[in-house]
Design a protein around this ligand. Sequence first.
Ligand code: NAI
Ligand code: COI
Ligand code: MG
Length: 360
Amino acid sequence: MEKNITVIKGDGIGPEVVNEAIKVLDAVAKKYHHTFHYTDILMGGCSIDAYGVPLTDEAIATAQSGDAVLLGSIGGNTTTSPWYKLPPDHRPEAGLLKIRKALGLFANLRPAYLYPELAEACPLKESTSAKGFDMVIVRELTGGLYFGEHTTKEINGELVAHDNLVYSESEIRRIAKRGFEIAMKRRKKVTSVDKANVLDSSRLWRKVVSEVAQDYPEVEVENMLVDNAAMQLVKDPAQFDVVLTENMFGDILSDEASMVTGSIGMLASASLRADSFGMYEPSGGSAPDIAGKNIANPIAQILSAAMMLRYSFNMDEEADAIEAAIKQVIAEGYRTFDIYKEGNHKVSTSEMGDLIVNRL
Ligand SMILES: NC(=O)C1=CN([C@@H]2O[C@H](COP(=O)(O)OP(=O)(O)OC[C@H]3O[C@@H](n4cnc5c(N)ncnc54)[C@H](O)[C@@H]3O)[C@@H](O)[C@H]2O)C=CC1
Ligand SMILES: CC(C)CC(=O)C(=O)O
Ligand SMILES: [Mg+2]
């Protein structure tokens, strides 16, 4: 098969980990006789530096014309980088939000599972990590607080900031359906996370989710308030199968879920719409604290590339091969610094990529 992949390396560790994912994709293409064409576009801080904006219309058009997007991460140190002196809509993150909206990527899937070999890297107590866990966070990605109106105005002599949280029934319905469909292929349990004891948007969320649930009688549904969900994730992650939630709650809970897998460097993600097009990116950020050192964990990026093969290109065998190679490398004891424990072989970003390629 021949596929056009738009590549956004982004900022910080983005280029380092994306290069490893491309190395793996090239090896897959060779082994399975595919041709992947890569077209680079800029987004985030690097686009600000080159064009003065975090994402150009040309870059969006390029992404729209390809079969899928492989994204690293964008952004810099939000305290010290000059990018954060710009108006909010000119900062790196505005580019990311813009491309998600422009491409209509409303469903963000973030699978979090514990490799048995990484139980030691899991910060939970042994009796909890020994049970293992395997969940997928299904996060609404193009609505909610991140896409509402944001203003800061002076009122009565002081600054007052305002962020608007809006959800429509149709936005909730389409992500809920996606969550239930995913649950049907897994352990048939949906935990819908909201803050319905306080927020109107959450009360609407709960109402629509319960309506959608009627069409999936085999799926067990539970509603959980987000504060409790944050606690349950570290108390007993094995209880979760599909965690269905809105944009900001999903953003926060997925970082929390990533840490119980051992590291944010392990958590892949797929941002999808109704057709096969998708954007594939690690769940973490650009990690400016470790950028340029060739030490970042590339596994989340490589697993994201595997998700691209599975969801956008229908290449299940190839995706399985990448996931199996990663499992093997972990089983053999190779670790980047973030998941390293005494007795493992510590490897760099590029060494980890090579090890995975060699086991394909
Ligand atoms: N999708 C994206 O492009 C995202 C971008 N960001 C941006 O990233 C920048 C940094 O944000 P932070 O809050 O520091 O979050 P971050 O996720 O970049 O880093 C948090 C911590 O995790 C570590 N980490 C992240 N990825 C890693 C990897 N692959 N291997 C090993 N360690 C890893 C970092 O070194 C850091 O200590 C900000 O500008 C933020 O806006 C944040 C989240 C997502
Ligand atoms: C700009 C942020 C919403 C990115 C982020 O933290 C994420 O998608 O996980
Ligand atoms: Mg996040």
